[in-house]
Design a protein around this ligand. Sequence first.
Ligand code: AMP
Ligand code: MG
Length: 476
Amino acid sequence: MTYGFNVHYSYTHLNQAFYSESAPLTFDNPSYHYFNHTLARALGLDETLATQKGLDFLLDTRGHGLNMPIAMAYSGHQYGNYTVLGDGRAHLLFEHRHNNDLFDIQLKGSGPTKYSRGFDGRLTLRSALLEYIISEALYHLNVPTSRSLAVIKTHDHVKRMTREDGALLIRVAKSHIRFGTFEYASNHPDKRLLKELIDYAIERHDKDLVHANNRYMTWFKRVIKRQAALIAKWQSIGFVHGVMNTDNALISGETIDYGPCAFIDSYDLTSVYSSIDAMGRYAYGQQPYIGSWNLATLGKGLLPLFNKDKDKPIERIQAALSEFGPIFETHYYTLMAQKIGIGQFKKSDIPLIDALLDIMARFKEDYTNTFINLTTQHYPKTPFYQSDDFKAWHKRWMDRLSCEQAPFERMQKHNPFIIPRNHILKNALDHAAYQDNYDAFNALLKHIRNPFNPSIPSSLQRPPSNDEIVTTYCGT
Ligand code: AMP
Ligand code: MG
């Protein structure tokens, strides 16, 4: 009985330097806490996976065809500094093949591995719930993301600032190949690893390039495009990842690792939520630049694949990187244009979009709610909407919309009526993880799964008052 899983192994065919076999911890009484039925169905899995027997199957890792699951090796630039890392608290159980796509099925919080660096390898229930709900939110906002198949209670405790309930998360991703995996290969004494990794990545994510001329450079350009598209989506919904280290960037272009992330409330490019990001390296407005920096780091790691003299790799990598900005801008402004009802974005629309953002920034106006108000055409009597600047902008906007078909219908499809606001999420997570009260968490989870539906309780749309603005912590 494999519960619909098409168990597959490809990563373990790579050189052993890329992983180490590692036994996950076993727990006396693990039980499902949340099970993502919709995701299970989308992956072609059986409903019975949601039963205790299904959970036993997932956690009985010896039954899957390998002696042991694996922890992946990788490096990464953390806050700009190179570090050798690896899965310190995750185990890849197996890959699942569905409709010709491969998905990593990973257990997170499953105990120490060779790469734990003295940490405990565990995950708190609070962190598991956070990753579950934010990955769901991003998915339903049409942002590429790793997803969560289940939160599992371990019914034991992990030590953080205080004693917290422990949990496991089943994470599903197109792969876990990080920019940092390439850095790891590029810095490894075995010089064959880099080529092996890129060939594997191309085979897995960009099969059409397997026999292409210049496939390594073409592939790098693809990765640039995917990052640009991803970060444009983050910017358009006001999502701050919070820890854009190169080990948290996937070459598939999916979002991964939900730690100190948040959605902006008022429109402010300097918004930082992570309590450990004192310098604002990963502030909201910095994300496109960091994306480009991360790609430059990846590009540098690829240099050994090219013949220095014949291929002129530095020049070609630089030329590819210089495309990031224009590609990002096109994606970003196309999305922003849709948010104000424009279907066929033209370059001449950029000043109109920028002008709105500029007024929002000056009035510290709520980002998401401004677009809701523009969509519904209901404007509160606040200084922002009553300002001459907004009125003048509104007139320009109406002129522009006169040549658009059904702009308000379009806006309704592109402006979420709910995002998981930080202060609301914090309250929901604290009640759930620390007081076993899931009312707020479940309500939020239900509504973020249907974000373009206008009937959202106004309590979930409320921006924070000044004393409710909270930082997220890297607490894991
Ligand atoms: P992150 O900031 O979550 O991307 O984690 C950075 C690195 O630290 C990764 O290699 C993680 O596997 C590792 N790590 C984070 N938390 C723990 C933990 N509690 N135990 C072991 N390793 C951890
Ligand atoms: Mg990480």
